[in-house]
Ligand binder design. Structure first.
Ligand SMILES: [Mg+2]
Length: 196
């Protein structure tokens, strides 16, 4: 185990100070799986894993952050999940208007202003879905919100490649920190996928 007393740089002018077990600390950000697109996650694959519910992020996971409505492929993905008795709930840190306008046509339950990575919204949603944490996967494009929150709440986490690179202000900062964490994990051999 790698114990260090140092300023651990996580972004420009951003450090974690102290004695840290880096491996333990950073493992919280490690997704259980990594796929290219949300569409690669099929009901068949989920059923094989014993999964009955999906908690998914919206922006840059289902569609680009600046796209208002679901694409035909995403509409189809929701239909397929429903046809296979897999419940899907959308949890987003974005505001009510954005999340409701997107989710309502899909007849998907949603949570807006979820404050991920806080686990409250995750836990509440699992309860509403009537499922155990072992029966739910959390899908998202960000380590600092989706994966960290999903891991803290005890779910299986799946990271997807963000649909577009550009994003809002806060997310740009998140991305920078994220890149450092991913690079570190790659060096440690914790992850094997390559960044595009
Ligand atoms: Mg996102």
């Amino acid at each position: 185990m790698n114990k260090i007393r140092k300023l651990f740089m996580i972004g420009k002018d951003m450090y974690i100070d102290g004695i840290v077990e880096v491996d333990v600390l950073l493992k919280n950000f490690l997704p259980n799986e990594h796929v290219q697109r949300v569409l690669d996650i099929t009901p068949a694959k989920l059923r094989e894993m014993g999964i009955k519910g999906v908690i998914t992020d919206l922006d840059n996971t289902l569609v680009a952050w600046n796209v208002k409505d679901a694409t035909p492929e995403v509409v189809e993905w929701f239909k397929e999940m429903k046809a296979n008795d897999i419940k899907v709930t959308i949890i987003s840190n974005n505001d009510e208007e954005r999340v409701s306008v997107f989710s309502e046509p899909l007849e998907a339950p949603f949570v807006y202003s979820a404050r991920k990575p806080l686990i409250r919204a995750f836990k509440r949603t699992a309860k509403q879905m009537g499922l155990n944490k072992e029966e739910i996967v959390v899908i998202g494009d960000q380590l600092l919100t989706d994966v960290l929150g999903g891991n803290f709440a005890g779910f299986h986490t799946i990271l997807v490649v963000p649909i577009v690179e550009t994003d809002g202000k806060i997310t740009r900062l998140n991305r920078m920190i994220e890149r450092r964490i991913l690079n570190w994990m790659r060096r440690k051999g914790m992850i094997t996928w390559e960044e595009k």
